[in-house]
Design a protein around this ligand. Structure first.
Ligand code: UDP
Ligand code: MG
Length: 317
């Protein structure tokens, strides 16, 4: 099979007929072998009934229904597990992404050998309240991930080589950072393609302002888990030791200073507790040992985690 189109959807009943027939039209024109995997993320508007109905006339449609709403990342993850095509295209169900982009995306993954091509909605039809924070987020993500050639991490329209999606796992709201997760997994040939963005035709957006807070926290956890997930002690241990020894040096200095004063019978010697350094030393030592112990516990957890020996293996002979 050439292409799997993975579409997570939540209450998008009006868009589905137009979306699926448009995708099929593009696929037939290019004679691709394909499947459309629709993941109904707990819709309550009859989307699932619509998917069943559409399937009667279009055998390329496959569906998965969640019992409740789990979020876009969960939908994508399940779609990725089911996908069989050599190239996997993800898109939103709201007709904001155009299926006409699919052939070019497919070509770049197969001929130009990209691992991942992300769409870039260079011209957006979204309110300013969304485009400005989005710009900031993309900037932060670029800086933190080192993927400097992407403008739009969160674009729903993306194309992947099959191995990429079979080797990454997304949950929470991490769908915003799939390129970052892919890069951490060792898939580094990541490219971008300007795509047409259309105004939402039916229904309303499913994400509110919370997307920005959650998005930022997810970025931190991806970064942290990617870098230290398998060796937490290297983070906590280093920070902890640094803090502990800084505190210890301060404490030694304070004590020897005091002992010197006592030995030389200095009259106006400060009380140990009267100097700010004393408190700094105290806090540093306590925080240091806390961090160290946290690292130790995290290390024990990491060692007993089932995926502790899960590595990205590219090939075996
Ligand atoms: N979506 C989903 N589960 C959710 C929220 C959204 O599957 O809990 C789907 C939604 O139906 C759409 C896609 O994710 O196909 C993108 O959502 P939306 O268009 O609301 O996001 P926006 O374009 O505003 O970023
Ligand atoms: Mg949308």
């Amino acid at each position: 099979m050439d292409i799997s189109v993975v579409i997570p959807l939540y209450n998008e009943v009006e868009s589905l007929p137009e979306l699926t027939s448009w995708i099929s039209k593009v696929m037939d024109e290019n004679s691709f072998l394909y499947e459309i995997i629709l993941i109904d993320d707990g819709s309550t508007d009859g989307s699932w009934e619509m998917i069943n109905k559409l399937r009667l006339n279009n055998p390329f449609i496959k569906g998965v229904k969640f019992r409740r709403n789990y979020g876009k990342s969960a939908g994508l993850n399940v779609g990725f597990e089911a996908a069989q095509g050599n190239v996997v295209i993800t898109m939103d169900a709201d007709l904001q992404d155009s299926p006409d982009e699919i052939p070019e995306l497919y070509r770049r993954v197969t001929e130009e050998k990209y691992d991942l091509i992300s769409g870039w909605k260079a011209k957006r039809y979204d309110p300013l309240s969304k485009t400005i924070p989005t710009k900031l987020f993309n900037l932060a993500t670029r800086k933190m991930s080192g993927i400097n050639n992407l403008h739009d991490f969160n674009c729903g329209l993306k194309a992947y080589r099959k191995t990429v999606i079979k080797n990454i796992e997304i949950y929470g709201e991490m769908h915003r950072y799939i390129p970052v997760i892919a890069k951490w997994a060792g898939f580094t040939k990541i490219g971008e393609q300007v795509v047409e963005h259309r105004a939402r035709k039916y229904g309303t957006t499913k994400f509110g302002m919370s997307r920005f807070i959650n998005g930022f926290l997810d970025l931190l956890s991806i970064f942290f888990v990617g870098k230290f997930g398998k060796r937490p002690m290297h983070f906590f241990g280093a920070m902890g030791s640094l803090s502990f020894f800084a505190g210890l040096i301060c404490a030694i200095w304070i004590i020897s200073d005091k002992l010197y004063d006592i030995a030389h019978h200095i009259k106006y010697s400060r009380e140990v507790t009267a100097q700010p350094l004393f408190y700094i030393a105290l806090v540093a030592i306590i925080i240091g040992s806390q961090l160290f112990l946290t690292g130790f516990v995290a290390e024990l957890v990491a060692r007993s985690a089932p995926e502790r020996n899960h590595y990205q293996i590219e090939d075996r002979i």
